[in-house]
Ligand binder design. Structure first.
Ligand SMILES: [Zn+2]
Length: 191
């Protein structure tokens, strides 16, 4: 009964509109479609299990990034731990930071992707221009990149040292190749 009342409350404003749209109501009931696709990426079978949790945390914006830590007074500034140039937000850290961008460009060349992948929260695999098998490899690689970016960020916090992008990328390539081989995925990736 409570559920019916909740649904009625959601639909009421649309029913009262003069231009009632089924499409609009459907989209409202479906919720955030971008987030739904993103879930599919997080739990893709080719993703390395260890990397999924970080990706899930990125998606749900629950990582303790500096912008949040500053608000509660845990740190004195909110500058990115990896580059020190911009505020450490999720979008900056994972796709706009010079460190993450360098890694991503090297990985895109490795995967032979020329299009702009965009920021994590707006990933749209339909625009990558790759076949289904390669799409899985790209997803596994992006999950691994998110994991390694967060690991590098934490190393920088605790050890004051940022690993070079090409070293991080070599790790990612190794991990992704090992994962694909273990699952007999039919994707050929260069060494
Ligand atoms: Zn940065």
């Amino acid at each position: 009964m409570r559920k019916i009342c909740q649904t009625k409350d959601i639909l009421l404003p649309y029913i009262q509109q003069s231009e009632y749209s089924i499409k609009h109501v459907y989209e409202t009931c479906q919720g955030d479609m971008t987030r739904f696709r993103w879930d599919n990426i997080v739990w893709h079978r080719l993703s390395i299990p260890q990397t999924r949790f970080i990706l899930w945390m990125v998606m749900n914006d629950v990582l303790k990034i500096k912008v949040k830590l500053r608000k509660i007074g845990s740190v004195s500034d909110d500058l990115c731990t990896l580059c020190g140039l911009r505020a450490e937000t999720v979008d900056h850290l994972f796709f706009q930071c010079v460190f993450s961008k360098s890694c991503l460009e090297l990985l895109k060349a490795w995967l032979n992707i020329r299009c702009n992948i965009g920021i994590l929260s707006k990933l749209d695999s339909r625009k990558w221009g790759v076949n289904k098998a390669t799409k899985g490899a790209v997803i596994a690689t992006l999950a691994c990149l998110a994991y390694q970016v967060w690991k590098s960020r934490n190393e920088a916090v605790w050890m004051g040292y940022v690993r070079p992008a090409h070293t991080v990328v070599d790790h990612i390539k190794f991990d992704v190749r090992t994962r694909l081989k273990a699952l007999d995925a039919a994707v050929m990736l260069a060494d």
